[in-house]
Structure formats: structure tokens, C-alpha cells
Design a protein around this ligand. Structure first.
Ligand code: URA
Length: 446
């Protein structure tokens, strides 16, 4: 319970005026948010005050731990585990379906992955919304069932809930629709509240940077990367942040069911996009080394490749889906289960040249406008819509080359999306320098 006569507006006022909040004030506010005593308006005002005024390292760490403690913190001591409890999280981007592949790959390497993921936020897609396109898949199984699946299958991807980081649930939903996402302390606390609640031994963080990331500049990305490593270490969880590119969508598609199709094609070896593969291996190998499951990154990459080659990653994905209520044969027959949009139309280039710039955020917002994201916290999502076959930075095009394909519910949505994609992709006359995918790796100083 928050202290008696606690007034959220007083804490909001102090942060609005740029003051540093005391630990007790932060904890009381988080309690008030969790218990529903603080109103949605107060949550919005608080997050806007933090976005504009910032928080120092102590405040950020207190906020993260208070949000973690708003629900259960999993304890694995009594579970029968054959390896360490490890996890990966992304700060959010477009076409980022890495978690769907990496969780089962890590489990197939012998780790246990209790992945608590988020819904889409702003223009970015959320792992949870992607999983919701799988019929029957339960994203809130309760802590006991969650732990059981992680113990027996090796991985489970679920959402924050009333029992796991509930404070993040309320704050996240408000941030999504109040333009209060792009804040280092709020992103740190949101991510770590979920990750620390999962009782991890090690964490790898994918910090996206570029025009489709919340940390758009390299400076903000480095700040976020360091903030996450610092607060996780303070909480006793070794962490490493890999800063990766978001100046173009990571996968060649964006949209909930479309990204599940992409992940299944990747795991099953039908189509393995090289950009996705590079990021999967970079994150996975960092984590396997951090958790002492591999001696060096080359060995770790080999272990991850083996899980793809021998089918064990696919088996872990299938077992996870089945254990959480989804169809046991999803991998073999995704077309049977995943929703498909009724309208699919190509967007084609009008001129000859080279793709010199992609407005990734605009592509993410195109998916939201098609119905694949939320405008209000309680909006339903259309899992079938989105974009596929997207061109990449540096691709050569001529008139008629497909820049991407729209998956829409109706003609009006498709037409609007076509215009947005054309505006988001710039075609220039000259060859461009390739965009490095892995920008920087930030580890704990100690
Ligand atoms: N992912 C989260 O869980 N929270 C954020 O604030 C951003 C990305």
C-alpha cells in the first residue's frame, strides 16, 4: 500500500519542475499506479514529466525495482533446470521478430528462457501481439504454468500480467498513446521490470537505433544501452547491450501474423533472411558467452547454427506453442492457422535508382494505420495486415520493381498504405554505403 495521504500529483509536480524524486516517493507512486489509485491522467502526466525532465541513475534504478516488485519475482531454486535462466529483449523496432526465433534456439542450446514480452508500442511491433495471431496461444498462463513450461520445454514467451510486473502493464498502455515512449529511464524501467521479475541469470539487450527506433540517435542508444546494463547489474543480473540498426525494418516484413510466418520460415530453413540471421547470431552468441554456456562467440554461433541445422530449435518452438495452447502442427501448416489479409497489392517503384533512405518509423505507422497497431490502449489489433517483401537500403530498382506488398483489410486502407510506402522509400541516383547492422556492444564496466 502507498503511504497514507499519498498524493500522486505532488510527485508529478516535483518531477514536472525538474526535481529529483526520493526513493519513497517513487515507490509510493508505483504502488498507487499498480493499485489503480493513480488515475490514467496522472500516469500520463508522470510519464510526460519524466520524458521531459529525465531521471538520474538512482531514480531510474528505484523505478525499475519498484515496478519489478509490483508483482511476483520468479524464483527458480526449486525448479529442475538443466541450464541457466537467460533472456533477450529488444527496445523495439519494425520487423523485429528475433525473439520468436532466438528463444527456442537458446532453449535448444540448453538454456531456460522465461521471456516476458510487451505489446506493440507506438510505431513498433510487439512480440506479444505477434503471438496473439496464433489461435489458442495463451499469453497470460499464470506464473505457475509459465514456470512449468520454461522448466519442461525450455522456453515460454508470455506477456506481463496482473501477477508479473503489473505496474508496467498500466504505464506501458498509457505511454503507447501519449507520446511518452522515447525516454531512457522509462524504457529502462519498463524493460527491466519484466526481465528482473523473471528471475534471470543473464540478459542480452537489443538496443535499436536509427529512424525506426525509440533511441533514434547513437548517443541516446548508448545511454539506453548503458542504463540497462547498469540497472540490471545493480539488481544482480549480468547484462550486455548490443546496439543494432533500425534505419530500415529488420525483417523484410512488418505486421503481426506476417512476422510469425517469417519466423517459422526461418526456423524451418525455408527462407532465412541474412539481416535477421546476423542479428539473431550476434545477440544469441553474446548471451551464451555471458551465461558461460559457451567459451567464446565463435563456439556460441556454432551452437546456435546447430540448433537450426538439426531441427531442435524448431522442435522447441513447436513444443512451446503447443504447451501454451496453440496448434501442435503450426510449424508444418502455418497457412492453416495464421490469418491472411483479404487484399494484397504490390507497391512499385516509379523510377530507376538505388534505395537511399527508408523512413522506418513511417512504415511502422503504416502498419498501425492498417489496423496492425493501437491508437487507443484497448483497441483490438488486426493480426493479418502489414507489409511484406520490403526493399532494403541499397537495393537497385527500376520502374515497376516491387518496393513492398500491402496486406490490407479493405481497398481504402490499401490505397492509403501504398501512398505511405511510396513516401517512406527514397530512391536516389547513386550507390549508397551499406548500413552496418551491429553498431556497438556495451558491457558492464566492472
Ligand atoms: N520494450 C518495453 O518492454 N518497454 C519499452 O518501453 C520499450 C520497449
Amino acid at each position: 500500500m502507498a503511504s497514507e495521504r499519498f498524493l500522486p500529483q505532488e510527485v508529478i509536480r516535483r518531477k514536472r519542475d525538474g526535481e529529483s524524486l526520493a526513493d519513497d516517493e517513487i515507490r509510493d507512486l508505483v504502488t498507487a499506479i499498480t493499485e489503480g489509485v493513480a488515475t490514467e491522467g496522472q500516469v500520463a502526466a508522470f510519464t510526460m514529466a519524466v520524458l521531459l525532465r529525465g531521471m538520474d541513475a538512482r531514480e531510474c534504478s528505484t523505478l525499475s525495482l519498484a515496478m519489478r516488485d509490483s508483482g511476483d519475482v520468479l524464483n527458480w531454486e526449486r525448479a529442475r533446470l538443466r541450464g541457466p535462466v537467460i533472456d533477450k529483449h529488444s527496445s523495439g523496432g519494425v520487423g523485429d521478430c528475433v525473439s520468436l526465433m532466438l528463444a527456442p534456439m537458446l532453449a535448444a542450446c540448453g538454456g531456460h528462457v522465461p521471456m516476458i514480452s510487451g505489446r506493440g508500442l507506438g510505431h513498433s511491433g510487439g512480440t506479444l501481439d505477434k503471438l496473439c495471431s496464433i489461435p489458442g496461444y495463451c499469453i497470460q498462463p499464470g506464473s505457475a504454468r509459465f514456470m512449468q513450461v520454461v522448466e519442461t520445454v525450455g522456453c515460454a514467451i508470455i506477456g506481463q500480467s496482473e501477477s508479473l510486473a503489473p505496474a508496467d502493464g498500466r504505464i506501458y498502455a498509457v505511454r503507447d498513446v501519449t507520446a511518452t515512449v522515447e525516454s531512457v529511464p522509462l524504457i529502462t524501467a519498463s524493460i527491466l521490470s519484466k526481465k528482473l521479475a523473471a528471475g534471470l541469470d543473464a540478459l542480452v539487450m537489443d538496443v535499436k537505433t536509427g529512424n525506426g527506433a525509440f533511441a533514434a540517435t547513437p548517443e541516446m542508444a548508448r545511454d539506453l544501452a548503458d542504463s540497462i546494463v547498469r540497472v540490471a547489474s545493480l539488481a544482480g543480473v549480468p547484462a550486455v547491450s548490443v546496439v543494432t540498426d533500425m534505419d530500415q525494418p529488420l525483417a523484410p516484413c512488418a505486421g503481426n501474423a506476417l512476422e510469425v510466418f517469417e519466423a517459422i520460415a526461418y526456423l524451418a530453413g525455408k527462407r532465412r533472411d541474412p539481416n535477421l540471421h546476423e542479428v539473431v547470431l550476434a545477440l544469441g552468441s553474446e548471451l551464451l558467452v555471458l551465461a558461460a554456456m559457451a567459451g567464446d562467440r565463435a563456439t556460441a554461433c556454432q551452437m546456435l547454427e546447430t540448433t537450426l541445422a538439426d531441427g531442435s530449435a524448431t522442435e522447441h518452438f513447436a513444443a512451446m506453442v503447443a504447451a501454451l495452447g496453440g496448434p501442435g502442427d503450426l510449424i508444418d501448416r502455418p497457412d492453416l492457422y495464421l490469418p491472411v489479409a483479404p487484399i494484397q497489392v504490390p507497391v512499385t517503384a516509379k523510377e530507376k535508382g538505388v534505395v537511399s533512405h527508408i523512413d522506418t518509423r513511417a512504415l511502422g505507422l503504416t502498419v498501425v494505420a492498417l489496423g496492425g497497431g493501437r491508437v487507443r490502449p484497448d483497441d483490438d489489433i488486426d493480426a493479418a495486415v502489414g507489409l511484406s517483401k520490403l526493399v532494403r537500403h541499397g537495393d537497385e530498382v527500376t520502374p515497376g520493381t516491387e518496393l513492398g506488398r500491402i496486406h490490407a483489410r479493405d481497398d481504402a486502407g490499401a490505397e492509403q498504405a501504398k501512398r505511405s510506402v511510396l513516401a517512406a522509400v527514397t530512391i536516389g541516383p547513386k550507390p549508397v554505403k551499406p548500413l552496418p547492422l551491429i553498431r556497438e556492444i556495451r558491457r558492464s564496466a566492472g
